[in-house]
Design a protein around this ligand. Sequence first.
Ligand SMILES: CC/C=C\C/C=C\C/C=C\C/C=C\C/C=C\CCCC(=O)SCCNC(=O)CCNC(=O)[C@H](O)C(C)(C)COP(=O)(O)OP(=O)(O)OC[C@H]1O[C@@H](n2cnc3c(N)ncnc32)[C@H](O)[C@@H]1OP(=O)(O)O
Ligand SMILES: Cc1cc2nc3c(=O)[nH]c(=O)nc-3n(C[C@H](O)[C@H](O)[C@H](O)COP(=O)(O)OP(=O)(O)OC[C@H]3O[C@@H](n4cnc5c(N)ncnc54)[C@H](O)[C@@H]3O)c2cc1C
Length: 661
Amino acid sequence: MANVKCNPDLVRERAKCSFDVNELIHLIDGGENATKEKRHFEETIFSVKELQDAVPEEYLSHKDRYENAVRKATILRDVCREYMKKYNYKPNRFRVGHGVFKDVSPFLLHDGMFVATIIGQGTPEQQAEWLPKAENMQIIGTYAQTELGHGSFIRGLETRATYDPKTEEFILNNATLSSFKWWPGGLGSTVNHCIVVAQLFINGKSYGIQPFIVQIRDLNTHKPLPGVKVGEIGPKMGFQTANNGFLGFENFRIPRMNMLMKNAQVLKDGTFVKGMNEKLTYGTMVMVRVGIVGDCSLNTSLAATIAVRYSAVRHQSKIKAKEPEVQILDYVTQQHKLFIAIASSHVFRNVYSWLSKSYLNVMKDLAQGKQDHLPELHATACCLKAVCSRDAGSVVEECRLACGGHGYMTSSNLPLVYGFTIATVTYEGEQTVLLLQTARYLVKAWLAALQGKVLAPSVSYLSDWLKNDNVRWQNTPEGIVKGFQHVAAGKVKAAYDTIQKYIKLGKDYEDAWNLASVQLMKASEAHSRSILCEVSWGEVIRTSASPNLLQVLKQLAQLYLVYWTLETSGDFLVYSNISKDDIAILREKYEELLAAIRPNAVGLVDAFDLRDEILHSTLGSYDGRVYERLMEEALKSPLNQESVNASFHKYLKPLMEKAKL
Ligand SMILES: CC/C=C\C/C=C\C/C=C\C/C=C\C/C=C\CCCC(=O)SCCNC(=O)CCNC(=O)[C@H](O)C(C)(C)COP(=O)(O)OP(=O)(O)OC[C@H]1O[C@@H](n2cnc3c(N)ncnc32)[C@H](O)[C@@H]1OP(=O)(O)O
Ligand SMILES: Cc1cc2nc3c(=O)[nH]c(=O)nc-3n(C[C@H](O)[C@H](O)[C@H](O)COP(=O)(O)OP(=O)(O)OC[C@H]3O[C@@H](n4cnc5c(N)ncnc54)[C@H](O)[C@@H]3O)c2cc1C
């Protein structure tokens, strides 16, 4: 990239960077070799001619866009397969996917959840049967759980799988419209198999929801099998190429061994054998929630790169009347909008890495029959997924707004990035619903703390707070982290006390919970923020990096801490010993941090190492040819391929002529 002819502002910005950008790239990737491998892989993908679009996707019809996405998905699959064979390298398909599809792959759910569920929920025999076929795309699948009537409350799903011991089959039925599966990615017209989550019935008795692997289309003709009604759900805010679909069954029979039986089992005679923990059926969701925290980091870095580079190139208005127009990046308000995006991407990455380690540890434990840490993992993944996805959505939107009118152009790519980022707030567990899951755990932990029990590490601050809730405020990163824990503990206590108050007033527990649920949700958010702050600060101070880079990483981590303290200063004034003077000191510190980060802003987004093909943005490309690219892209509009459009003769001219009469 170094030889590309760049906009002079970007050249100046890069020259003043105080740290080695390559060092940060390697740190993010996990080593110099990992960067080399990643770049070689991406170079290979983006030099495949067939993966490049002749016409910008935006101008294609819904149908053509889908077909083009499937075409590219199959080519990408082949290229990746060859690449993996040749180099023994497992690529990050999600990252290049943004470049290839601009939106998302119609195989997203195949890779993200279908294969993962076979691994997580299938017995070794079932894995041996389906995994090789799924991994090499002999069969293509999705994860069909959500229905028209129920997405959050999965115990309420209506799709039925009734066991017939005579034929040793399950009979699938969707008797009501609300029971139709609705949303699964790839279901519309891509997949031939699904994981169907359905209510198991044996001899008229319900045994809760279970996962079934179901073939829905003929492998040769792709026609829906008899008894299957399947289709696409239509256009959405984003995710246009994900091919989300609907599905219903009428007396559709599948063999007994198509119930994934790693946890619970149905024997030939219809005996139901309970698993170690019925919630293990929800395992794929936990894995994907963890993965979404990592996605939030990537999505935020895409928006930050576009908006920061654009803000370095764009000049508008003056700070001093007699001086030239300034780069908009010099406005401190602009820095306030953008630097939190850079900082958040690093925080999400660090927290993702921490959370995925916990996930893998719990999976190891479960394999040995130990489930003690599962509730903590579920609670932590729920609140982090909820808060990171919502933060990422807000940050991306702020980056879009920070690009003014041009941020509204599709060619900036910010609208598309926003579309797939905010989808994460809803899918894989709606944010409020997940925060309330964590609140259940926090209330239990609070009760345990009151009883003097030892708490799990992520909530042990509740016991510390009970022992001493009057800790002196300290304007240091460690002091701020403690402060966040105080806020979280204070909010958990307040929510718990509110529940007790309503119970004393005669409410039953469930109504008391609902009445206190705004406080419970806020307590859960505060708990999440305290984890984000503690983990990310801890990761940064343990990082081994050169002094220059470490200084910048600390500035970003502190910016995150101070930003959120100021954003939630009301909570700090209520639940910690912070004073008004401390808040004034933090405001000053925040301004210092913005100024310190300013010279490194472009270097920091360069270090996300997002190729132009992945950014796919007129505003964010490495060379900063913003206005040239905006014009080049505009000229690709079909309306610019003719000097007079037919609508002139058909409508405009008659209108004007009518006006003359
Ligand atoms: C290392 C890993 C790294 C990487 C991952 C790689 C890749 C992933 C990246 C990208 C992903 C790819 C594709 C993404 C694109 C699109 C995907 C979109 C797919 C979907 O949206 S699928 C549908 C998702 N649906 C949901 O999430 C539904 C949300 N609802 C629920 O989960 C549940 O209904 C509920 C939890 C809200 C409530 O369930 P319930 O009614 O049965 O439970 P209760 O409220 O009564 O609680 C009972 C009890 O159980 C505990 N519990 C609940 N869930 C779990 C769980 N998952 N694990 C453990 N324990 C759980 C709960 O805490 C309660 O305990 P308590 O002790 O009684 O309090
Ligand atoms: C882009 C996209 C892709 C998706 N892909 C898939 C897929 O591949 N497979 C699949 O199975 N599903 C998929 N989904 C579905 C997704 O998982 C659900 O939409 C999601 O879990 C939310 O459920 P819901 O739509 O029923 O929302 P609802 O639960 O109806 O939420 C509506 C409102 O009700 C509130 N609410 C609901 N329950 C409670 C409660 N207990 N307490 C307080 N408030 C509550 C919510 O907070 C929210 O404000 C996808 C969704 C999207 C948007």
